[in-house]
Design a protein. Sequence first.
Length: 416
Amino acid sequence: MPVGNIAPPEIVHAIPGVDIGITAAGVRYKDRDDLVVFSIADQASVACVTTSNQCCAAPVLLVREHLAKLQQQTEKTQTPRYLLINTGNANAATGDVGYQRALQTCEALAEKTGTQAAQVLPFSTGVIGEVINRDAIITGLDACLENLGADNWTAAANAIRTTDTVPKVDSTQINLDDGTAYHVTGISKGAGMIRPNMATMLGFVATDAPIAQPLLQKMLVELTNQSFNRITIDGDTSTNDCCVLIATGEHDEQLIDSEQHPHYQAVFTALQQVFLRLATLIVRDGEGATKFITVKVTGGKTVEDCCDVAYAVAHSPLVKTAFFASDPNWGRIVAAIGYSGAEHLDANLVSVNLDDVAICTRGQLDTSYSEEQGQAVMSRPEITIHIDLGVGEATDTVYTCDLSHEYVSINADYRS
């Protein structure tokens, strides 16, 4: 079961300029929605980041190629118009056959909608090593196009699930002092094979704010680095990770084309909140998770050192299994800090707290610590590990979960 608050927002705002269609195409699963089409207004800006995994899937290659091709064209045709998303099959490690089939699905959607194949961006998630069911996807396109609607965000979040137990959606409204109101809505999926390093996780976020594409791309990189690139469930970077940010510009407001624009900060802050919520929902729904763990590192010489330490602790199977067992074996945390590879590290200056309980101060057991205190904290469903490196002012935070028997069972049975 998911950990903590996974409730959807009270209001999921439609984003003018984005319509979504869903159907049960039978790509892999029976009797459940598994194919999604996003239709995007032609004046919209679209930004995308993709996995750093060198064995990336065929759809990831096509996304990169299509975006590069559009950038070389005239302004009128350089915007992606459709996102095509399937679950149940990653279409990764499938060679040229997988690539050609993914391309053929893009061509089929383009033909049905009067656009170029390059204006269709494909995304897949699911089992690696199996060639995509092209025919099922192409057959399902008509149904997706027939039920395109602005209010299908939650249904789409449900349709892109694999081992996720709940759909992941967030939405907010931005009310500015000058009376302008913008909206942000997004969905994500992921529960295992999660250690996004972008720029199996997919994220799709849209706003009706008018944002210039170069700035939108810069914003997306920063947003993913603060959210999807700061979560880990098992340390595995998927072959298919992608995140898309759409700004439809369905307002008559002046284009936001720089960080100095009076609307920029409010829009960016709202996007930050939605991105972080979608990212942490993935951790809360981690395969077999029973604990939601925040690893906060302060006092670092550099942000890179803080990130290295946070990820070393968050990835450690020994740390994660200790949290599953509610065992305050804090030596495992210190050991992970030591092998993190942080360049500026002095073991005699490191302090560690579990929530409000000091367990290690300046490299050794805190004199006030008791096993009972540690046990009480470790029994909580949500815990913060606060690590102070004591050498500077840099900080970073990573979100993770524990490692349970259920995680092994889910992944042992994943293809059955």
